[in-house]
Design a binder for this molecule. Structure first.
Ligand SMILES: [Zn+2]
Ligand SMILES: [Zn+2]
Length: 185
């Protein structure tokens, strides 16, 4: 492992401008997941932007079919995350934060971020406001927040023991979870 692999999640939070979101306490099954995005967020300071661009060239080559495992050794410039956009369709409940009234749905609209770093996986309420590349997006037809949490639980890793820059990194994990969502919903 080279020194490029040492980015901690706090570095990413700063560089990619982590923005916390909040949500109502309405039932998860009534919160619709309407958009799933696979995003690349920065892992380098802006002074190193050129290197990030070089990283993008590498990504382009990867999508052309060249081995990602080989190309990413020592060249990881971006961090791949899944952004999930949720909208609460609750028509009224007694839970805290429920905004439904006068025939209008609650409409609470938090974003979730699912990601994998050297310290393990996480699913947090919020998003990275600085996104370098939006790789792919998918609109599930019938998925709720509870379904998303179930999928996350399948791939959750409390520590990063399986993390490997060259063989199993943030990108591999995000792609796996993204594909599972596409396949199931
Ligand atoms: Zn709600
Ligand atoms: Zn409610």
């Amino acid at each position: 492992m080279g020194s490029n692999s040492s980015n901690s999640s706090s570095d990413i939070n700063k560089l990619a401008k982590w923005t916390s979101d909040s949500e109502c306490n309405c039932d998860d099954t009534i919160k619709k997941v309407y958009l799933i995005k696979l995003n690349d967020v920065p892992m380098m300071s802006s002074g190193l932007k050129v290197q990030a661009d070089v990283g993008r060239v590498i990504l382009g080559v990867v999508s052309a079919g060249v081995s990602e495992n080989f190309l990413f050794k020592g060249h990881r410039a971006t961090h791949d995350v899944i952004e999930a956009r949720v909208k609460c369709k609750c028509e009224g409940c007694m839970k805290n934060g429920c905004l439904a009234k006068n025939g209008k749905i609650c409409g609470s609209n938090p974003y979730y971020t699912l990601e994998y770093t050297k310290s393990g996986s996480s699913m947090k309420i919020g998003y990275y406001s600085k996104t370098l590349y939006e790789d792919e997006e998918y609109r599930p037809t019938n998925m709720n927040l509870n379904n998303l949490k179930e999928i996350y639980n399948l791939y959750e890793e409390v520590d990063g023991r399986n993390y490997s820059l060259s063989n199993f990194n943030c990108k591999d994990w995000a792609k796996k979870v993204y594909n599972r969502i596409k396949n199931d919903y």
